[in-house]
Design a protein around this ligand. Structure first.
Ligand code: NAP
Length: 268
C-alpha cells in the first residue's frame, strides 16, 4: 500500500461515495487526510470513520469546487494550516443526465466547472508544489464513459474524456519532476451519483445498481493503479474488458448503438 513520505493526502468529494472510501483506505495506510467537500456534516462523518494512526489529525475543509478560484483558495488554506499535500485524489465530480438541449445551462456549467476546471486547477496548483519538492502523486477520477460519446450523458462523458486526456498529458510533463499522475476509470458505482445526476428512471437505476461496483472496490482499484504507477486503467475486470473491446467499435457508431438501449430504459 502507498505510504506517505513528507505530507498529507487530500481527497476531494470526501463527504460520501467513492471519496469517503478513498479517505478510509488511505487513513488505514497511515496517511494524514485533508477532506474536502461542501457538506461539512458528512465530511465530519467521514472524519470520524477514519481508523489510521493519524485519523485524529484529519482536517475537513469546506469548498465548493465549482466556484471560481476555489482551487486557489484551497491551496492557500492548506498552506495557511501548514499542510503539505503529497497525494491529491481529484475525486469530486457530478453527472447530468438528459437531453442536452433541454438540460438547464447553469447546471451543465457548474458540472463542467467541477469536473473540468476545478480538476485542472487542482492539478496545476498542487502539482506545482509537488514538482518543487520533486515528489508527489495525483490520482484523477475519470469514468469509463469518458472513452465513448454517450447520448443523454453528452457533456458528462465529454468532461470525463477531458479528465483522461489531461491526465495523460500532465503525466508526461511532470514525470521528470518526480510527480506521478494516474487516472482511474470506474464504470457504475453504487453511490448517490445517479440520483444527483438526475436519473429518475427506475429501470436505469436498477440496471446501474445491478452492474455497479461497491465504492470500496473502486477505491482499492484506484489506489492499486497509483501504487503500480499505471497511466490509467478501468476499475474492475468487467470494465477492463469493456474498455479493451471498445477499440473494435468505431467511435462514431457507439452513440447510435447505445441510444436505443438508453431510450428503452428511460422510457418509463
Ligand atoms: N457513481 C458512478 O456510477 C460513477 C461512475 C464513474 C465515475 N464516477 C466518478 O466518481 C467520482 C465520485 O462520484 P461518486 O459516485 O462517489 O458520487 P457521489 O456519491 O455523488 O459523490 C460526489 C462527491 O463529490 C462532491 N462534490 C459534488 N459537487 C461538489 C462541489 N461543487 N464542490 C466540492 N465537492 C463536490 C460531493 O460532496 P459534497 O456534496 O459534500 O460537496 C460528494 O462527496 C466522480 O468524479 C464521478 O464522476 C462515478
Amino acid at each position: 500500500m502507498l505510504e506517505p513520505t513528507y505530507g498529507c493526502a487530500l481527497v476531494t468529494g470526501a463527504s460520501g461515495g467513492l471519496g469517503r472510501e478513498f479517505a478510509r483506505l488511505l487513513s488505514r495506510a497511515g496517511w494524514k487526510l485533508v477532506l474536502v467537500g461542501r457538506n461539512m456534516e458528512r465530511l465530519e462523518e467521514t472524519r470520524l470513520s477514519l481508523e489510521g494512526a493519524l485519523a485524529r489529525e484529519a482536517v475537513a475543509i469546506h469548498a465548493d469546487l465549482s466556484a471560481p478560484c476555489a482551487a486557489a483558495r484551497l491551496r492557500d488554506e492548506c498552506a495557511g494550516r501548514g499542510l503539505a499535500i503529497e497525494l491529491l485524489v481529484n475525486n469530486a465530480g457530478s453527472g447530468l443526465f438528459g437531453e442536452s438541449v433541454r438540460l438547464p445551462a447553469d447546471k451543465a456549467e457548474s458540472m463542467l466547472a467541477l469536473n473540468v476546471i476545478a480538476l485542472s486547477s487542482m492539478c496545476s496548483l498542487f502539482g506545482a508544489q509537488m514538482a518543487e519538492r520533486r515528489a508527489g502523486r495525483i490520482l484523477n477520477v475519470g469514468s469509463l464513459v469518458g472513452k465513448f460519446a454517450m447520448p443523454y450523458f453528452a457533456s458528462y462523458a465529454a468532461s470525463k474524456s477531458y479528465v483522461l486526456s489531461y491526465s495523460l498529458a500532465l503525466r508526461a510533463e511532470l514525470r521528470r519532476c518526480g510527480v506521478s499522475v494516474c487516472c482511474v476509470l470506474p464504470g457504475y458505482i453504487r453511490t448517490a451519483f445517479d440520483e444527483s445526476a438526475g436519473i429518475g428512471s427506475p429501470a436505469y437505476r436498477a440496471f446501474s445498481e445491478r452492474n455497479g461496483m461497491s465504492p470500496e472496490s473502486v477505491a482499492r482499484s484506484g489506489l492499486r493503479i497509483l501504487e503500480r504507477d499505471r497511466p490509467y486503467s478501468a476499475a474492475g475486470l468487467r470494465n477492463k474488458i469493456s474498455s479493451a473491446l471498445s477499440i473494435f467499435v468505431p467511435r462514431s457508431c457507439l452513440p447510435a448503438l447505445a441510444k436505443p438501449a438508453l431510450d428503452r430504459m428511460t422510457r418509463e
